[in-house]
Design a protein around this ligand. Structure first.
Ligand code: ZN
Length: 291
């Protein structure tokens, strides 16, 4: 397991799934074959599967060891979930995620904080696990951080659409007394804090890491693909607030382009991590070759 250093913080990726997901114009309406033709050679084979023509998408957590805490950002799909809206990953019974955590030398009991960029099904699945027919927090000693607006959004999705994410992944954490509802500027300390990035969902937050003069930021779903660097205006299929999602994405790219801040991209294909660089009036992604 390779860890990278951001000052005195160590970071690694815990991958649950990495597979061809959807063809580009299903993920982004504007990403027609003609529109992506100029990028095809740079995308294949890492980001675009040459056999299926689908964009490759990892589902992963970032595991973060600061000088004081162990934290996870996002917890993937999880096992035995109902996933009303996305049956492809429903009812999984797969040891990959917890095995990867163990390979990183970390037991679930050791996690101090569980962050969640937003409450979609592929970001909070391992918040809970099914034991004896009941959902329990997977990380029994952790404080699970939920942005209040995001919590209210997930609750609404449950009430209005019957989305089971809230009852399977969030309610059991609150009932066990492990959940903490926070504002979108919440900080654990000056090394680990939220950065409000609404649009994909109303309470979406990136997670910022800072140590000495170095920094990194976990994107969550404010951006899904390196294709959105040259095209920040391309919204993802499930961006909940399209205009806000576009504005937030461009501002985020502008803020970090040509800086040393390491981008810990949630859904960019492996190795996922790199830097935003400006390119004309848009951007490009420069991968860091490890991790
Ligand atoms: Zn996602």
């Amino acid at each position: 397991m390779h860890w990278l250093q951001i000052g005195n913080i160590a970071v690694t990726r815990i991958i649950e799934i990495e597979e061809p997901f959807l063809v580009p114009d299903k993920m982004f309406a504007e990403a027609t074959p003609e529109a992506i033709a100029p990028y095809r050679s740079s995308l294949e084979p890492r980001a675009l599967c040459p056999q299926t023509g689908k964009l490759i998408l990892p589902i992963q957590s970032y595991l973060i060891r600061t000088e004081r805490h162990l934290a996870l950002v996002d917890t993937c799909v999880g096992n035995h979930k109902s996933l009303a809206g996305f049956k492809r990953w429903a009812g999984r019974d797969d040891p990959t995620y917890l095995s990867a955590l163990s390979a990183a030398g970390v037991a679930p009991e050791e996690i101090d904080f569980v962050f969640c960029t937003h409450l979609h099904l592929d970001h909070c699945g391992w918040h809970t696990e099914l034991r004896d027919g009941r959902w329990h927090p997977t990380f029994p000693n952790a404080r699970y951080i939920f942005a209040k607006e995001e919590y209210a959004y997930a609750e609404r999705q449950y009430r209005e659409r019957g989305d089971p994410v809230f009852v399977e992944n969030v309610v059991p954490v609150m009932e066990a007394g492990r959940g903490v509802l926070v504002d979108t500027d919440y900080a654990v300390d000056d090394t680990l804090y939220l950065e409000s990035t609404p649009g994909h969902t109303p309470g979406h937050c990136a997670v910022k890491l800072k140590s000495r003069a170095e920094s990194g930021v976990v994107t969550g779903d404010l951006i899904h693909s390196p294709l959105q660097c040259p095209h920040p205006e391309w919204n993802f299929l499930f961006d909940d607030q399209p205009t806000l999602a576009r504005t937030t994405r461009r501002r985020f790219l502008e803020r970090y382009a040509d800086t040393s801040t390491l981008i810990l991209a949630t859904h960019f294909p492996s190795p996922s991590v790199g830097w935003f660089r400006s390119a004309g009036d848009a951007f490009r992604y420069e991968y860091r070759d490890e991790l």
